[in-house]
Design a protein around this ligand. Sequence first.
Ligand SMILES: NC(=O)c1ccc[n+]([C@@H]2O[C@H](COP(=O)([O-])OP(=O)(O)OC[C@H]3O[C@@H](n4cnc5c(N)ncnc54)[C@H](OP(=O)(O)O)[C@@H]3O)[C@@H](O)[C@H]2O)c1
Length: 351
Amino acid sequence: MHLSALITGTNSNLGLNIAYRLLEEVPTGDKLTIIVTSRTLPKAREAIDKIKEYNEKHAHREGILSFDYILVDFSNMVSILGAVYELKKSHEKIDYLFINAAQGVYAGIDWIQATKEVLANPVKASTFPTYKIQRVGVKSRDGLGLVFQANVFGPYYFVQQLAEPLLSKSPSPKVVWISSIMSKPSYLSFADLQLLQSDISYEGSKRLVDLLHLATYKDLHTKYGITQYLTHPGIFTSFSFFQYLNPFTFYGMLLMFYVARLFGSPWHNISGWTAANAPLFACLKAHPAHDSQEKKYGSACSYNGKEYLKVTDVDPSGKADVAKYFQDLKLQWDDRLKDQISDTRKIYADS
Ligand SMILES: NC(=O)c1ccc[n+]([C@@H]2O[C@H](COP(=O)([O-])OP(=O)(O)OC[C@H]3O[C@@H](n4cnc5c(N)ncnc54)[C@H](OP(=O)(O)O)[C@@H]3O)[C@@H](O)[C@H]2O)c1
């Protein structure tokens, strides 16, 4: 069998570990194509080199392993359309799509608040931190809420564009969303679905991901035969947050994670490999007959780091409003982009 897997934002701790685990867990005789995405060519190439190196050192796959890359910025609708155009040109089908790319608009860390939270309750401080400073009101060049577009609307539009024919041509296509435990209903205001007034837009975007999954998974199956799952990776070391830490604070954070785990937190996976457990389960093992798509599949571990799957409920309040908002916005963008579909060179020239 020939399987194609696309992982958005591949050159990240979770993205790479999803790829490594695919190398190990997709039957070794199958031909596997991994499509990496990045906003920049050097990072796309680096991701491919790392995955190749992992295969040579550890996985030693027997079947043919091939790679492709797509440059895409989910905060730019023209870039998404260009990526879809490229994918349709060079691939017959996509079997697995992991929506992993995400960003926040961080301005740094409030160290006084961080110290207070860590001293008061280290487990809570490292599970639901409120000391990361996020900028408010940041818009993309498309005029949409930046975090809303990069983390939710852009990827949603991407899925909708790939559904027919690339995903629907697979015999059993899977779409796996990466959410977070930081996605409580209280993080999202229905008066501000683009998260422009929010100082916790990253968390709000993850709540939107949860609701959007609940609102769309049935339709995706009925119309295109796609099975969609909602997952989250627990808590692990993120490459993107390193820039705000020095060696002292990095090791301090790591220590806090281990302490939280010893105190019984199931979510402090720390390792990207363990964090990739739930996404891989959803992709390769989950079946709607026994694994409900109404639930959220989380990567968890015991105090000594042994991985297991932890399934949680998702509060569905407001999913119909979210569905309507996304459908309407999609129609608006279909209309705005309708003349740009024929030639990618034109698409980029116009952007
Ligand atoms: N770290 C945690 O503890 C944690 C907890 C819960 C959930 N998560 C979720 O797990 C996923 C992976 O997290 P991570 O920490 O491994 O990743 P990360 O370091 O935050 O990076 C994710 C990737 O997303 C890509 N990206 C960012 N903005 C983008 C945009 N506008 N368009 C296209 N791509 C964009 C970047 O790729 P390029 O720079 O190459 O373009 C980046 O490599 C994310 O969805 C995150 O929200 C993480």
